[in-house]
Write a protein that binds this ligand. Structure first.
Ligand SMILES: Cc1ncc(COP(=O)(O)O)c(C=O)c1O
Length: 459
């Protein structure tokens, strides 16, 4: 056990943080995600400390202040604020994690005493039951993500005031596709979805499960930011999108047109600015790919595919942080299509999920690709866990192949952005194994590309 911890190279400070977060009622998965370490390391550290008898939260005058550095504090605050919990939720979690009986008030006091006293947002960390919209799907372990939970989200998306549509799925019948493999390809046109991409599905479920008129912040230069802004307008919420200063000006203008504030900052400052908004302005951070409500909303796309093709042989999905792939794969596999092979597709220069599945933990890299939506710095923790269970394999395509797919689809009358094309590029370049004679579904996940950008692609 000690060996395992050593292998992961956990500092004493990190070990202390693990305990502090667990004591605050966070699940092991959540703690792993916050500290960017594996769940196994969290679990083993917890067991080890329990054996040594140190997990019991310290109380009374002699209580030690936790040794937590500034960055870690900010991360913790951000994730705490991302959770909409009542005091009794916290009480239950505390009882489960720490194994002691206590009142909701004790929980509150313990949390306030856990080295986070100065955080403004902690003064209002809990919402009362009336404030809740539908309950957030929250922080459940992967094996608790059930078909019922995803179906519930599907219903929420279907009836959302945001007007999410059932996008068409059509058989590929163009002769322009340079494909020699005889298989039945069906393309699911999420480029025709409201706001131009699938992201609105997850956003519809996220917003339905948070208080109306909330104050939200996110960081995105792309499709998530657009759907987020659209949702804030419809829900009468306040919203702010922190974007890299390298993002096209037209994207900021569009987001501002929905009434959202935009702050453009150097890429390296994105997270700090979000933290500041959470701490100083009491805003709630919404994640663009690592959030259960969002992923469950994306799962609606998987259910729609099955309504039109009950037993697809192969489904191919573009992958960035992994939220879309995880949602679609979970919906299909949990619906009983255990033989359906689901492939994620990433650019060669931004293959975080590919690496994560090899290294058996979510990892990051200096991502770079023409498909910017597929190039986040790290794979999502929850998406990684779901992909591990439900995805066959991640395949890679080059930027050249993505560019060529944009052109091929354009010639076929379809406007699809580079991030929405990767799955199609994988098929066109014969990257998916054993598809001859199979029913193959390819998701074209987004169509937000301007005329000016299109001029960069060959005819
Ligand atoms: C068009 C498009 N497809 C796919 C993705 C990848 O989604 P995820 O980050 O959920 O993997 C994105 C992400 O922004 C996108 O914009």
């Amino acid at each position: 056990m000690a060996k395992e911890l050593k292998r992961e190279g956990l500092s004493e400070e990190k070990k202390g943080l693990i305990l502090a977060l667990l004591a605050e009622g966070h699940s092991e998965r959540r703690v792993a995600s916050i500290l960017n370490i594996s769940k196994t390391a969290v679990h083993k550290n917890k067991i080890k400390q329990q054996t040594l008898g140190t997990t019991k939260p310290q109380t009374g005058r002699g209580r030690k202040r936790l040794s937590v550095d500034q960055d870690d504090r900010q991360l913790i605050r951000m994730s705490l604020n991302n959770r909409r919990m009542t005091s009794s939720d916290l009480q239950k979690e505390w009882e489960m994690t720490a194994g002691i009986k206590c009142t909701a008030r004790t929980v509150r006091n313990r949390l306030l005493g856990a080295g986070l006293k100065s955080c403004k947002a902690r003064k209002k960390p809990f919402i009362n039951e009336k404030e809740r919209a539908r309950p957030s799907m929250g922080d459940v372990p992967v094996n608790a993500i059930s078909l019922d939970l995803l179906r519930d989200a599907r219903e929420t998306v279907r009836t959302s005031p945001l007007g999410v549509i059932n996008t068409p799925m059509i058989p590929w019948c163009q002769t322009t596709l340079p494909l020699n493999i005889p298989c039945n390809i069906h393309i699911k046109l999420e480029n025709m979805q409201r706001t131009g991409s699938f992201k609105i599905r997850g956003v519809a479920n996220q917003f339905a499960r948070r208080p109306k008129g909330g104050n939200f912040v996110t960081m995105s230069a792309g499709n998530y930011g657009k759907s987020f802004a659209y949702a804030t307008k419809h829900y009468g919420s306040k919203g702010k999108v922190v974007m890299p200063e390298t993002a096209p000006e037209s994207r900021s203008t569009l987001i501002q047109s929905f009434g959202c504030e935009v702050e453009r900052v150097p890429t390296s400052c994105l997270i700090n600015v979000v933290n500041r908004c959470v701490e100083e302005n009491d805003m709630t951070f919404l994640h663009s790919y690592d959030d259960l409500d969002l992923i469950a909303g994306h799962a609606s796309l998987g259910f729609e595919i099955l309504e039109l093709m009950p037993q697809p042989d192969v489904v191919v999905v573009c992958c960035g942080g992994g939220g879309l792939l995880a949602g679609v794969a979970a919906a299909i596999k949990l619906s009983g299509c255990v033989k359906t092979r689901i492939y994620g597709v990433e650019p060669e220069g931004a293959c975080t999920m590919y690496k994560s599945l090899i290294e058996k933990k979510p990892v990051g890299m200096d991502s770079e690709s023409i498909a910017s939506g597929l190039a986040p710095p790290t794979a999502g923790t929850l998406p990684y866990e779901l992909c591990q269970s439900y995805v066959e394999e991640i395949v890679l395509v080059s930027d050249e192949e993505i560019k060529s797919a944009v052109s091929t689809l354009y010639r076929a009358g379809l406007l699809v952005e580079p991030s929405g094309c990767a799955a199609f590029a994988a098929i066109a370049n014969n990257r998916i194994p054993d598809i001859a004679g199979r029913n193959v579904v390819v998701i074209l996940s987004g169509g937000n590309i301007g005329k000016d950008e299109l001029t960069n692609f060959a005819d």
